[in-house]
Design a protein around this ligand. Structure first.
Ligand SMILES: Nc1ncnc2c1ncn2[C@@H]1O[C@H](COP(=O)(O)OP(=O)(O)OP(=O)(O)O)[C@@H](O)[C@H]1O
Length: 758
């Protein structure tokens, strides 16, 4: 590929005088823009003033004076080859690293090698097939009726919800909770059906309160919506509450005299109060909102509450709900009264539910449980009873095939693109994939990269552009859904969705619903807002483009696939160096030491993604990879809006990187990040020190507070968007900066703005 006029990174030598810059390659628009700029002519399409001003202040602004050659890019060699800095030479230099044409900014040079070369890379599919550990028990011996559920409820499960047999955790918990009144801690892998594991016994017990449960005569029911609130289910996020509420509604279709409802915020308190006044038997709530109603809503009578469920216990604690939960438990204790309804137990049963057994879950247990029994999927599971450390306290579903790829910083964007291209090369092989990123800005930037006009796509006239814009708006009025042009192919068009906590609640709900219901191949690109508890059907693949902030989050992320016995794959991107230490953590999730964990060769990803012989294109995979990268870099440089998105994404990514939990920070050491190389994966050609975010995310009051607090905390008086020190932790005070940023990021990522907690 010949680079166009934007040769700022790959300039010709200082000693070569070029009277006039030649503009080759790229689209006609790229060439025209570069030519105009070289002649100091304003862009025709730039709105007067603003855009030009922005461009002139922009360190990426391309200035190619006709009389002066562009600035020479640093190279590792003194001799200049006949092809100068064109992409062809760059990829050739990658093929022949011992030869002279090494450009620092080339994709394929100066990349660090993986430290651990002993472990041979595998091709996918090499991983051993293991028996699913979270599947329904299909031995025929275990049915819902055998476990003690009423025939009415069991029949409803079979005929209406198509659930034939319980999973192991459901078997254990239903048996236990139907027979005994004691508190319980339910711990099981992701996707093992924990929601029904606590809802089924709870609903059965409440159904049994009714004198004429089997009578099907509504007038004759002993219990109805005004009989009192018997159970409260608490979950950390609105999304989770809604999901639990849907499962509950489905169950209650066989007990229509019982009524469930939610108080989760995101609507007027008046509407929630009205709902409470009408009468509910089971309430699903976020802790913040429930605490509020307990203090301020008189119609909320909790004197009959006999079941309290704390779902996603570790997350409830992570998000700092300890105080609220303590208050809720105290108030429920204080307000409990003997019930006039026969059969209502005298004491309250509290059930704590979690996929992990961390210290904070144990702390929550201390606050809320009395003499609790530990309910596990397999009571004889020695592994779980012998857990000694927090790190041992989680398990991955055994059938989940995980792999990791050691990808150099510069090659991250092209590798992700290549992996998605090759994943969706054939229709039907993968239907749904989730890509996790560290922050909202990165999600937004990558969404634009993957959905914008692609290389080789013909220029559109204004009518066509308008039509395409309308199509896109029709597909997604909120701009969170669009065709994924970067990795679709004519026989397999992919839809891309984006999701993060900075989007309004209704947009998040609409986007998630669309992804869940999409019957065609689709990809969700998101932050950890989608990591916990969300039950998205048929997710075949999870990609952790940015590793999670803690191994627990990692477990929940990959737990979005391989659910209830289904197959699933997960790939994590790690950078060469200290990040490779994370492989040991990945292995720890398996009972067998990690036979289902394999290494995917990073070069192979690129070869397979960019190497296919589509059309008449005869270039090799390195050239195609370089072309693709250069094209995205040009696209970013050409559009002030996208350039700012890229910079925000880069900066936020680095801030997020500093927030890995302390125990894992030695593997995610910000001092080891090569910021210049990393910038390339955000399609930026700036030096890292030049990358500043001019302003804040619009409408994010929390973020503004974060910035202010952070500046104050750091004793730094510069404005946000000022110098590098504001936004990128310096090498000297990394630990301190990491600590502060982690606290702030946690607040931002996990707190109100990310999860929109009530
Ligand atoms: N017995 C069963 N048979 C078949 N499918 C089931 C069964 N029980 C639950 N499911 C389905 O399994 C999926 C996962 O359930 P659920 O969300 O409760 O899992 P989980 O263990 O809470 O997962 P996570 O830890 O990720 O929150 C749901 O779609 C649910 O309908």
């Amino acid at each position: 590929m010949a680079d166009d006029g934007m040769l700022l990174n790959f300039a010709i030598g200082d000693n070569v005088i070029k009277p006039e810059a030649k503009f080759k390659g790229g689209t006609w628009r790229d060439r025209l823009t570069a030519k105009k700029r070289s002649q100091h002519r304003p862009r025709d399409d730039a709105p007067d003033g603003a855009a030009r001003n922005a461009a002139s202040k922009n360190p990426n602004h391309i200035q190619i004076p006709a009389s002066r050659p562009a600035k020479r890019q640093k190279t590792t060699t003194s001799s200049e080859g006949p092809h100068g800095g064109d992409a062809h030479t760059r990829s050739r230099s990658a093929q022949q690293p011992q030869q002279s044409q090494h450009f620092i900014s080339s994709l394929f040079t100066s990349n660090p090698e993986p430290r651990n070369t002993e472990e041979p890379p595998h091709t996918e599919g090499d991983a051993e097939d293991a028996k699913p550990t979270n599947a329904p028990l299909i031995d025929g011996l275990d049915t819902f009726t055998n476990l003690g559920l009423s025939p009415n409820l069991a029949a409803h499960l079979l005929t209406k919800l198509e659930l034939k047999a319980p999973t192991a955790i459901q078997k254990s918990s239903i048996t236990q909770l139907l027979q005994e009144e004691s508190d319980a801690f339910i711990q099981a892998e992701t996707g093992s059906g924990k929601t029904l594991a606590y809802l089924l016994p709870l609903v059965q017990r409440i159904m049994a309160l009714s004198k004429a449960t089997q009578g099907h005569d509504q007038d004759n029911q002993g219990v109805h919506r005004d009989s009192g609130l018997f159970a409260i289910v608490l979950a950390p996020t609105r999304e989770l509450c809604k999901q639990i509420s849907v499962v509950l509604e489905n169950l209650l279709r066989c007990a229509h005299w019982l009524v469930a409802g939610t108080v989760i915020g995101g609507e007027k308190k008046k509407s929630e109060k009205a709902r409470l006044r009408k009468g509910l038997n089971i309430l699903v709530a976020t802790p913040g909102r429930l605490a509020d109603h307990l203090d301020n809503t008189q119609v909320l009578d909790v004197s009959n509450v006999r079941w309290l469920v704390l779902d996603e216990g570790d997350r409830l604690m992570d998000l700092g709900f300890e105080e609220e939960l303590q208050g809720i438990v105290k108030k429920l204790d204080a307000r409990q009264r003997p019930s006039r309804i026969p059969g209502v137990p005298t004491r309250r049963t509290t059930i704590l539910c979690s996929a992990t057994l961390k210290m904070n879950v144990q702390r929550l247990g201390e606050i809320s449980l009395k003499d609790a029994i530990h309910i596990k999927a397999d009571p004889a599971d020695e592994d779980q009873t012998t857990m000694k450390t927090e790190e041992d306290a989680f398990r991955v579903p055994a059938q989940l095939k995980q792999s990791y790829a050691i990808v150099a910083a510069k090659l991250r964007l092209v590798s992700l693109t290549a992996y998605l291209k090759r994943t969706f090369i054939r229709k039907g092989s993968v239907m749904k994939a989730i890509v996790f990123m560290s922050c909202a800005d990165s999600v937004d930037f990558h969404f634009e990269v993957f959905t914008s006009k692609q290389r080789g796509e013909k220029e559109k006239d204004s009518d066509e552009e308008e039509e395409e814009k309308n199509e896109r708006e029709k597909l997604s009025p909120h701009g969170t859904i669009a065709p994924a042009k970067a990795f679709s192919n004519p026989s397999n068009p992919i839809t891309l969705h984006r999701l993060h906590g900075s989007l309004p609640q209704h947009v998040r709900t609409a986007t998630l619903n669309s992804f869940a219901r999409d019957s065609n191949a689709s990809v969700l690109i998101c932050t950890d807002v989608a990591a916990r508890g969300l039950d998205l059907p048929n997710v075949d693949l999870v990609i952790e483009y940015d590793p999670a902030f803690s191994s627990d989050d990692h477990l929940h992320r990959i737990g979005r696939t391989a659910r209830v016995g289904r197959d699933g794959r997960a790939l994590i991107f790690l950078q060469p160096g200290c990040e490779e230490g994370y492989v040991d953590i990945l292995k720890r999730g398996y009972r067998d030491g990690g036979k289902a964990l394999t290494r995917t060769d990073a070069t192979e990803i690129l070869k397979r993604g960019f190497g296919s012989k589509i059309g008449t294109d005869s270039k090799n995979w390195e050239e195609k990879t370089t072309d693709w990268q250069m094209d995205v870099e040009r696209w970013t440089l050409d559009n002030p809006e996208y350039l700012e998105m890229a910079r925000r994404a880069f900066q936020s990514h680095i801030r997020a990187y500093a927030t890995h939990v302390a125990a894992e920070r030695s593997m995610f050491n910000i001092k080891e990040l090569h910021l210049g190389h990393l910038a390339k994966s955000f399609a930026l050609r700036d030096r890292p020190g030049k990358i500043n975010v001019p302003g804040l995310r619009p409408g994010q009051e929390d973020t503004k507070k974060d910035f202010k607090a952070e500046r104050k905390g750091a004793g730094n008086k510069r404005k946000a968007g000022g110098a590098q020190g504001d936004v990128i932790p310096s090498a000297t005070n990394t630990d301190d900066a990491a600590r502060k940023m982690r606290a702030k990021m946690k607040e931002h990522m996990s707190g109100a703005s990310e999860f929109n907690l009530a």
